[in-house]
Design a binder for this molecule. Sequence first.
Ligand code: UNU
Ligand code: FES
Ligand code: FE
Length: 446
Amino acid sequence: MNGSAALVDNANASQSRRVFWDQDVYQLELERIFSRCWLMLGHDSLVPKPGDFITTYMAEDRVILSRQPDGSLKAFINSCTHRGNQICHADSGSAKAFVCNYHGWVFGQDGSLVDVPMEERCYHSDLDKSKLGLAPIRVETYKGFIFGCHDPEAPSLEDYLGDFCWYLDTIWDGPDGGLELLGPPLKSTLACNWKVPTENFVGDGYHVGWTHAAALQMIGGELAGLSGNRADMPFDDLGLQFTMRHGHGFGLIDNAATAIHVKRDGYVKYLEETRGGIREKFGPERERLYVGHWNTSIFPNCSFLYGTNTFKIWHPRGPHEIEVWTYTMVPKNADTETKRSIQREAIRSFGTAGTLESDDGENMSSATYNNNGIITRKGRMNSSMGKDREGPHPVYPGIVGVSFIGETSYRGFYRFWQEMLDAPDWAAIRANDDTWDAMWTNRNFW
Ligand code: UNU
Ligand code: FES
Ligand code: FE
């Protein structure tokens, strides 16, 4: 592929439109990003008991995640080592074994090949079953969230999340037990590149008042003032934006955790009752995060809105399509009615047919398919907003931008995306650990 260095220009904060369109770029992403990064698989709450399993994807590869008799987790590729068939066709369940439809090979809960029909008569002791288990995947969890990774050289999950752990702890490890996922996920397809929704969730505060103008007016509450980007709307004092070493990031709207919910009394009460514990455990800076609304992406393809509580995995299907999986992220120890009400509101707003989700869908598709032209695909996109109004912060880790409306976390996402594409291996990425933030030149902003 020629000119890959120009895909992202950090100095000018621009990206080639080929990042959304080219088949070559997509193939390189599969090799260098999806085969090497930690990818979201689910949460403990989806596989609570030994024998429980879910099936999911890592990019386009089908995966089985299975709870072992000793309570640990294993994940393996959902493809038979005999002739390649998909083995498990269920979305979730509880199973002692996984039996392939085609010739009946039997794989255990740990992915090992345990039985082969007529083994003695057909293979005459010549089949080494111990070498024919399902291809294993590294699995690690952080505060109950389960990730998988194909690269043995990748850092631990905790190192991969890095500074983001400091932020995630606020909501994933609160004194009241943190969060869990409610499934099964809603599933839908969108005709867009996987990075369009990821970059939107990582930091697009700018579109909220415009794309969602009508929905925000209908909902009212804290965000109604953003509707239509009125001249009197707040700006610098709306919140902050954050980016970290490995491309993770989020935008914060202060005091707006539950703003997208129409029916929210139970949730507001829950946050009021628990925020004191957060202040005690984590201090006032993180109490501020706890009562704010977050739009977040975990590099590369998992996003969530904390407060709205929708939780997304954008599974790529080629450069121009994704499968969207939508879970609801709820406080683990809230009462059942509060959890259900949060789930209803999350689905109403950001479910497949959600009022805000459908506002976004048309933009996602347009930002992708409008690059099919020979002129458009050669053009560039701009993500320069707030470029000199960000930097290292005395309290908040990573790089912090001055407003919720900015593109700090876009720049962080694409900076790391390019680094992953260029790096031959994780050692090359580790070598940049001390200099990764050099592009943020305004060191004394905060
Ligand atoms: O559309 C969004 N990503 C969003 C909506 C973010 C924050 C508030 C409302
Ligand atoms: Fe699975 Fe033959 S393809 S048993
Ligand atoms: Fe949106």
